[in-house]
Design a protein around this ligand. Structure first.
Ligand code: TRP
Length: 379
């Protein structure tokens, strides 16, 4: 089997720059390099219902937002299948059988789920569906025979859980499922981008995210208000770049050309800072103000986000066509998962219609029973 890529997002909000560097850019790169046989991108609306059962409208409203974000970042429906999880019911069938291969204790150890439970205040109100979503995610991945899963590092426990399910399944029922591998961005700073306030998590409710759909003014305002090194009070003071969100963002987004474009002196032709190391060194020495760094970051971010925003603006005029992409994708996804489900049910032994041996053995059993009864009567 060749390379099959699968990944996805819950439609619970618009996608932000953390998604962009954490996973979206990687997907687009993989897509455009073309080293794969099939590529699937899932809008995980069913998973999103596991903690939004009372607010399905929120999930529904965000499907189009995520789809627009995908397409404007460069995901191309002629190269990858973009689909809606809820429209592929075969995934639930797989989940049902995988549930038997995972212990409750194992689920309770999942660090991402643990954090999410605390974050959502699910002490005595934890829905069973939410607790078990890693199993359903294993179905998402294995249902497509995916071997490559490009994700941010918060999703590593889900991929690990999937690998365990695959190994258990194959041990019990014979070699059937493909063991996937997570692919993280090469650049360390992209693994988990902090919020603009320096908090580890970007969250809509805290309001510390820069969204792909934000306007130029919104992006600028958020950058200018960003948290930096609280010890860097005066320009002359030495500053910290480590753990400083402005520098983490530069690490994640800036390219060498940005330095040449932005820092070249028009008269002398000299480049004030040729790369991020030089900018960092000056900040750490003292004498470089936060404003100047933020203005450069704004230049970099606008340069990155402008083409995405412009494509999005165009796509927003074609909403029905965007939905159609999802419906067509879902039909393709369903055809694929159906085949894998058939294989899985056969491996477990649940493909009764094709199981002549089963029927014959039952025929045999009753024939022998009747034969014995006949013998008894004769005696
Ligand atoms: N759990 C992912 C998120 O919260 C979404 C997701 C669902 C996913 N199924 C997946 C990611 C399969 C990778 C592979 O965004």
């Amino acid at each position: 089997m060749g390379n099959i890529i699968l990944t996805g997002d819950r439609p619970t909000g618009r996608l932000h720059v953390g998604h962009l560097v954490g996973s979206l850019s990687q997907r687009v790169k993989l897509q455009n390099e073309g080293q794969y046989d099939e590529m699937y991108i899932e809008i995980a609306d069913a998973q999103a219902t596991t903690d939004n059962s009372g607010n399905i409208q929120k999930v529904k409203d965000n499907i189009i937002e995520v789809a627009l974000d995908y397409l404007s970042c460069g995901l191309d429906p002629s190269k990858c299948v973009i689909f809606l999880q809820s429209q592929v019911p075969e995934l639930s069938d797989l989940t049902f059988y995988y549930m038997n291969l995972v212990t409750v204790a194992r689920l309770q150890r999942n660090p991402t789920v643990k954090q999410e439970i605390i974050y959502r205040g699910f002490q005595n109100t934890l829905p069973v569906g939410f607790m078990t979503y890693p199993i359903s995610q294993a179905a998402d991945i294995t249902g497509f025979d995916a071997n490559i899963v490009p994700v941010g590092d918060d999703q590593l426990p889900m991929v690990e859980q999937t690998r365990e399910i695959v190994r258990t399944f194959n041990r019990l029922y014979g070699d059937t499922l493909v063991e996937p591998e997570a692919v993280l961005p090469e650049n360390e700073a992209c693994h988990r981008l902090p919020g603009t306030d320096g908090q580890a998590k970007m969250s809509k409710s805290i309001g510390n995210c820069i969204y792909l759909a934000d306007s130029e003014e919104e992006v600028k305002k958020k950058i200018m208000g960003m948290f930096t090194d609280p010890g860097h009070l005066r320009v002359e003071d030495p500053g910290k770049t480590e753990g400083n969100p402005v520098f983490i963002y530069l690490e994640a987004f800036s390219e060498e050309r940005h330095f040449a474009e932005y820092f070249t002196n028009q008269e002398t032709g000299e480049i004030e800072y040729k790369n991020l190391d030089e900018l960092k060194a000056h900040y750490e020495r003292g004498g470089l103000g936060d404003m100047k760094v933020k203005k450069f970051l704004n230049y970099v971010m606008q340069d990155t986000l402008r083409p995405i925003r412009e494509r999005r603006h165009e796509l927003e005029k074609h909403i029905p066509e965007v939905y159609q992409i999802l419906f067509d994708g879902s039909a393709k996804a369903r055809a694929k998962v159906s085949k894998v489900l058939d294989r899985v049910k056969k491996a477990i032994g649940l493909d009764y219609e094709n199981d002549l041996e089963l029927i014959n053995s039952q025929v045999q059993k009753y024939a022998e029973l009747h034969e014995a009864q006949e013998q008894k009567k004769k005696r």
